[in-house]
Design a protein around this ligand. Sequence first.
Ligand code: NAP
Ligand code: ZN
Length: 342
Amino acid sequence: MKAVRLEATGKLQLREVEKPAPGPGELLVRVEACGICGTDRHIFHGEFPSKSPVTLGHEFAGIVEAVGAGVTDFRPGMRVTGDPNIACGGCEECRRGRVNLCRNLQAIGIHCDGGFADYVSMPQSQAFALPGDLDPLHGAFCEPLACCIHGVDLGGLQAGSSAIVLGGGVIGLLTIQLARLAGATRVVLVTRSAEKRRLAESLGATATAAPGDGDIIARITGEDGLLPGGADVVFECAGVDETMQQAPRLARRGGTAVILGVMAQGAMIEIEPFDLLFREVRLTGSFVNPFTHGRAADLIASGRIKVEPLISRRIGLSEAPEAIINPARDGEIRVLVVPDGK
Ligand code: NAP
Ligand code: ZN
């Protein structure tokens, strides 16, 4: 079969490799689609730890081709999505239920072979069923959606809450939809691209703003602003200094800012502790998808989260290395690798 192999940092190529055989408790899955995420680019450049040689791709879904000994919950022909993050179950964090903070966390497509390939194998404990009549490409959105669900959970969004989302990429556009589903009545997106702002409005944002023109804090939280006093929950989904600094300032008194965006290890930003204290703003990180992948699969299956408009391009395996090596094209939201396609 064909697979996109990271041979070493900076060396990525499509290669013929042996088709995996499902071991005990494992599923062999024929990949229908696998999303290219910023993390894949960071791994290629050596900015995110991985274990090469390895097949990349951690946002995958497909059809069960074969099952290993002892697999009881899945059979060939079923459509599944894989939660790539495998916790050890035994470390102190795992034993406290904080599985995303596992000290030995391993991810499919990062530390072991992933979904930019014709087939991927995974433990059945990482798989979640999807309906047979689902669009075969939509399952690839379960992984990013599961990360956003964790962020929304941490934000404590309630019916009638207000929210601000900073950054209109896939994470921001999924978070907007989750915020509306959770009952937020007002959801403001800040992002530079006018096209993404328009798309966000069609997906549930009640207002949008460009970060560039004037003081964005005043334009949103000021007396005549889009959300006077700020939002109950702010979601940072851009991963840049500017939005990291804005996030707590855009939260209302007693509000929460959730950091989903990733900045380089060692990068620093300035915050005003007095402001956090005096306005009792809660600031929290949100890391991956603890126990949320099943909910993401159910949401995708239900069609309540719109993912079709987030697909910018679909490409075959042969085009994948180039798409990962280069930065995302202007305005691109999600590129899906479709092994069978094209
Ligand atoms: P993305 O496609 O790069 O989206 C980020 C968006 O931020 C861009 O579309 C950009 O859109 C916008 N942006 C850039 N500068 C901005 C600014 N100054 N103000 C407002 N918006 C700005 O990335 P993504 O896939 O959506 O992921 C977003 C972040 O979440 C990344 O850092 C990613 O690594 C991280 N992530 C975290 C988790 C987790 O578990 N916490 C999971 C997956 C991804 P415009 O051109 O419109 O400005
Ligand atoms: Zn652990």
